[in-house]
Design a binder for this molecule. Structure first.
Ligand SMILES: Nc1nc2c(ncn2[C@@H]2O[C@H](COP(=O)(O)OP(=O)(O)OP(=O)(O)O)[C@@H](O)[C@H]2O)c(=O)[nH]1
Ligand SMILES: [Mg+2]
Length: 394
């Protein structure tokens, strides 16, 4: 299953975001390095369920919105010079290894600095640069490790040694090939690469293999518009025009999801409102009023938007539904559209089948597009919301 990692400075709100997204009980506190060991959980990407269009009631979606699981990691805070061992150091970076994309949590309220200590008006955009620099230098150290030894190799062996070295970081052959292109370097000429050429290559490799989205968290702590413009979400967007930046209140999302879980309100993640279901005391009413006002002003808390954009835009994933009966859209037990899979755009139906179960590689005999009821070729490239029957040899 694909993975997202929450990264950022200490106390930026990673665990709060994680708890809001997974409802797993993890430790949250205002002192730095509250989280030491990584927390793993399932978050959900929301997408329109095809059951409405097919006029069936799948019972798997909520009012037409399907929530598809994606693995998420909450990890320790990152401080400057982590790649040299500061803070949680390399251990932190090791936790980033398997992530396909990063959600950079920054404290847009400016009330904590790079070390997670209390501050006022801190420019949190610095945290974005710092984080990228640390990941780059961590990768650069790995790149440099046997640099002398590879000097006597031919290009083919050099590339193989790079692939082996980086395979543990979730970096593919394709990432490496594209990084040479993006850095404007000819791999045949690797023996003449200068140090700055190598660094440029590693920067491109990081961008390709660990793309990131920015969650400008604690937006609720910015009370007035004057304060908001001083902190400058627009400034961040201007500084990082290629990145998706979304304002977030993980704190409000967590409170809303917990209130929903306890039956106090009806709230669907990602929505711009909620409904109060129970009589509540004055204190709770005041808190809910405050959250309602936040939603009215900002539309959503941003948590669901971050998860959706990280999966569907940054990683370019699509949702595909495998079924056993192409006429009824059911599995072998008669359940309607029981499974939704997040897969990379461009995946062929045969590769999709192999990703469901290793057995399917051998047993695959063909596939049917359940919408058209037509047989599709092995090389058929799946689209978002496709429903397919995979035919297997018994
Ligand atoms: N106002 C506000 N406070 C928040 C928000 N998210 C987190 N906090 C607070 O920020 C503090 C740190 O939150 P954590 O979630 O523990 O932060 P972290 O990034 O996991 O911190 P470390 O594990 O120490 O790296 C806590 O006091 C949270 O209640 C938010 O959206 N708004
Ligand atoms: Mg934490």
């Amino acid at each position: 299953m694909l993975e997202l990692a929450l990264v950022g400075t200490p106390s930026a709100g990673k665990s709060t975001f994680f708890k809001a997204a997974t409802l797993k009980d993890v430790k949250i506190a205002s002192y730095p390095f509250t989280t030491l060991e990584p927390n793993e959980g399932l978050a959900y990407v929301s997408t329109k369920c095809p059951c409405g269009e097919l006029k069936i009631n799948c019972k798997k979606c909520i009012e037409g919105t399907r929530f598809v699981p994606i693995k998420i990691w909450d990890i320790a805070g990152l401080v400057p010079d982590a790649h040299l061992g500061r803070g949680r150091g390399i251990a932190f970076l090791d936790d980033v290894r398997q992530a396909k994309a990063l959600i950079q949590i920054i404290d847009i309220s400016g009330k904590t600095d790079l070390e997670g200590n209390p501050s006022e008006g801190f420019d949190s955009s610095i945290a974005i640069e710092m984080l990228e620099k640390e990941i780059t230098y961590w990768m650069f150290d790995i790149f440099n490790r046997d640099w002398k030894k590879v000097q006597h190799l031919g290009t083919k062996d050099f590339l193989e040694s790079l692939e082996t070295r980086f395979s543990g970081l979730g970096i593919s052959k394709d990432h490496i090939a594209k990084a040479f292109g993006a850095a404007n370097l000819n791999k045949e000429n690797f023996k003449n690469f200068s140090e700055s050429d190598c660094l440029r290559f590693v920067i491109e490799l990081r961008k390709l293999s660990k793309p990131s989205i920015i969650a400008a968290n604690k937006y609720d702590a910015i009370m007035t518009d004057a304060q908001a413009s001083a902190i400058g979400i627009e400034k961040i967007k201007k500084k990082y025009p290629d990145k998706i930046t979304i304002t977030v209140s993980a704190d409000i999302e967590l409170a809303l999801r917990e209130a929903h879980k306890h039956g106090i309100i009806k709230y669907m993640p990602g929505s711009s409102s909620f409904e109060i279901l129970k009589e509540i005391d004055e204190k709770h009413k005041k808190a809910l009023d405050y959250m309602k006002k936040y939603l009215e002003k900002h539309n959503t808390t941003g948590v669901q938007e971050i998860l959706n954009k990280a999966a569907l835009e940054l990683l370019d994933l699509i949702v595909v539904y495998p079924v056993a009966d192409e006429n009824k859209y059911t599995d072998s037990k008669g359940e309607l559209l029981p499974h939704a899979h997040l897969i990379k755009r461009g995946t062929t139906v045969k590769d999709f089948a192999s990703s469901i179960h290793t057995d399917f590689v051998e047993k695959y005999v063909g596939a049917i597009d359940a919408r058209t009821k037509r047989k599709i070729s092995d090389k058929f490239i799946l689209s978002h919301n496709d429903i397919v029957k995979i035919m297997l040899r018994h």
